[in-house]
Structures are given as C-alpha cells and as structure tokens.
Design a protein around this ligand. Structure first.
Ligand code: PMP
Length: 355
C-alpha cells in the first residue's frame, strides 16, 4: 500500500477472480465460462465496429436494450446494460442500500457481494445457508433489508423456487430484492416474469455464461422503470460509456442467434448429468446443480488436495478455502471431451493413492 492510499479503503479486501494462468495449456473448468465460441454473427458484428472505434459508443445502448426487451418481454425502459453483471450489481448496491437499508445475503454465495458492500460502506447481514446448503426462505421474509440472492446460487449450484422468491419480494415491499440470475439459463426459473408485479424487484443476468461472452463483459438488469432510472443515475455518474461499441454489437448479434446459445445450454445440461453420474461412481457427493458447474466433494481426498493434484495434471477447478466448503471443489461443465479428461485425471489421482 502506498502512503497515498485513502484511509477509507485501507482495510478493503478485494475480490479474488478465478486464476487465469499462462504457464501451460489447462483444461479450464474454474471460472464457469462456456466451452463454445460465440456464434458467427457476433464475430462479424465486432469486426464491423472495429472500423468505428474512433467514435464513442451509444450511452443509451438503444439497440441492445430494445433487443433485450423483445427477448425478455419487457419495455426497453425496464432494461439497463452494464460492463458485466458485476457492474449492475455494484450499481444496485450503491443505489438501493445504505445505513438505513443494510444488505442481507447468504454466507455461502457469490464472493463479490461483501466486497461491493465494503467498498460502498454498506453494512450487511450474512445469513447462513441450511446444513444442506439450501436457502431457507423464512430467513428473508419481512426482514426490511436490501436482499441479494444468487438464484441459482454459486458456488453451490442450488436453486430456490420462483414462488419462494416471490414470497421474499412480496414481504419486503420497502426494500429492493436483487435476484442475481447469472446461471439461470441452465435450468433455473427466472424472476423476470414478476417485474411488472413488484416495483421492488431487480433481476440481473449476464452474457458471460450461457452466451459465451465472458471476455466481452456484458450484463444487464431488468426491473421497474423507476429502479432502472435510479441505476442510470448511478451509471451516468460513473461511466456513461460503460458498454463499448464492440460489445453492444456483439450482444445484439448474440440475441439474434439466441437459438444457438440455448442449444448450447441444453448440451451443457446433458454434460452436467453425465458428469454428476461419473463423479458419483467415483465416490463423490455432488449437489443437484441447475447451473453450468457442479459443487462436489470426494469421499477419498480432501478438497484442497484434489484441486492441487488436478492442477498438476493440467486441469483447473475452483477451490474455496472457507471452512464450510473447503472439502468441495466447484467444477465448470465443459465439453464431454473436457469432462472425460477430468475423470481420467481423477482416476489416476485415486489409483496413485497416498491421499
Ligand atoms: N453473479 C454470479 C453469481 C457469478 O458467479 C458471476 C461470475 N463471476 C457474476 C455474477 C458476474 O459475472 P459477469 O460480471 O461476468 O457478468
């Protein structure tokens, strides 16, 4: 830390992104990216924009918001687009939480929530998941806090039913409930269908997982027009050109070829079922996932050790050191070939013994 670093950030612990090592070619199952490339229209759209980079992007992102509104059955004024969904989450925390409206979220959930809370100096309550890692909806009923729920949750992969989400939204009418649906396209139920009914519901999604665009950084929020206007106040006060022109064009093109991405999601769901079966055959317990990853624990080798042994063999998964989940690894679902390589590596590790 330099002697110039502001006192107000001196105890800030930044978010740790999944590693992106460059020392060798890994089978990358650690950051929940899609194994499939973007559709052909995306490449063409980005190429076209390359020749126009001297011009600023459209701060209103009109084309993309219109396209999203069409796909999700809402009006363009109910949509805000951001630099990844991380940004819409940060904006939402800034806009809808403070000392009077502290945050509430689960103990085991997306690791960025406490970081966004800290950087914005918002107090927060951490609500433990149940023993089986499911959320207890009763813990969130009428708590008068700004609630953020990853649904499905990460890193567990478990989902809450839409009726439970609705009960939570309904019982906290004076607070915004943010439903982070980064993984909803892999079998979850979206709360977007409820945004016209509740003025305190904000749904966030991303192009990073189901639409193969993690590197383009594109996320969005859908909610009541007034909530979206508030998010735009924050956006225009920080970075009105938050989505660059290549990314906006890529997003529009991706939505025009939505069928390709939804078919990929079905393939991932099939590969997930295969992966769960194969892990179980090898003595793993695997939580029932509705995402593009599984959260799994071996009956023979500790979580940290398995992560290390897989890495040595060129396979990267994500391990979290937190006490409650340290025996688990989060494994992204890739192609069957990648999942086959994972199983072969696990077989070698278990055969070699010395665990
Ligand atoms: N929410 C959850 C639950 C996530 O796991 C992630 C991915 N790290 C995000 C939001 C943010 O993803 P992105 O900024 O790439 O949209």
């Amino acid at each position: 830390m330099s002697r110039f670093f502001s006192e107000k950030f001196s105890s800030l612990v930044p978010y740790t992104p999944g590693e992106q090592p460059k020392d060798m070619q890994y089978v990358k199952l650690n950051t929940n990216e899609s194994p499939f490339p973007p559709s052909p229209g995306v490449k063409a759209a980005v190429e076209e924009q390359c020749g126009k980079l001297q011009l600023y992007s459209d701060p209103e992102c009109t084309q993309l918001r219109e396209k999203l509104a069409q796909v999700y059955g809402v009006s363009p004024n109910q949509v805000v687009v951001t630099n990844g969904s991380d940004e819409v989450l940060n904006f939402a925390f800034m806009a809808f939480a403070d000392e009077q409206r502290p945050l509430a979220f689960a103990d085991i959930t997306y690791g960025f929530y406490p970081v966004f809370a800290e950087i914005n100096r918002i107090p927060y309550e951490v609500i433990p998941l149940k023993e089986d890692f499911t959320m207890n909806p009763a813990d969130y009923i009428g708590i008068n806090k700004t609630i953020v729920i990853a649904n499905p949750n990460a890193p567990t992969g478990l989902a809450m039913s839409l009726s439970d989400i609705e009960r939570i939204v309904q019982s906290n009418p004076d607070n915004v409930v943010i439903v982070d649906e980064a993984y909803v396209d892999f079998g979850g139920e979206s709360a977007v269908t409820l945004v016209d009914k509740y003025d305190n519901l904000l749904v966030t999604q991303t192009f990073s997982k189901s639409r193969s665009m993690a590197g383009a950084r594109l996320g969005f929020g859908i909610g009541n027009e007034k909530l979206i206007a508030d998010l735009n106040t924050i956006r225009y006060s920080t970075n009105p050109y938050n989505v660059n022109r290549m990314t906006e064009a890529a997003g529009v093109a991706a939505l025009e070829e939505n069928g390709y991405y939804m078919a990929n999601c079905r393939t991932i769901m099939e590969n997930r079922a295969w992966t769960i079966r194969e892990l179980e055959k090898r003595g793993f317990s695997v939580l029932p996932s509705l995402t593009n990853f599984v959260f799994a624990k071996s009956n023979a080798i500790g979580g940290g050790r398995l992560y290390q042994e897989l890495k040595k063999r060129g396979i990267l998964v994500r391990h979290f050191g937190k006490e409650r989940i340290k025996e688990y690894n989060r494994i992204t679902i890739g192609t069957l070939e990648q999942m086959g390589a994972l199983m072969a590596a696990i077989d070698r590790i278990l055969e070699e013994g010395n665990l």
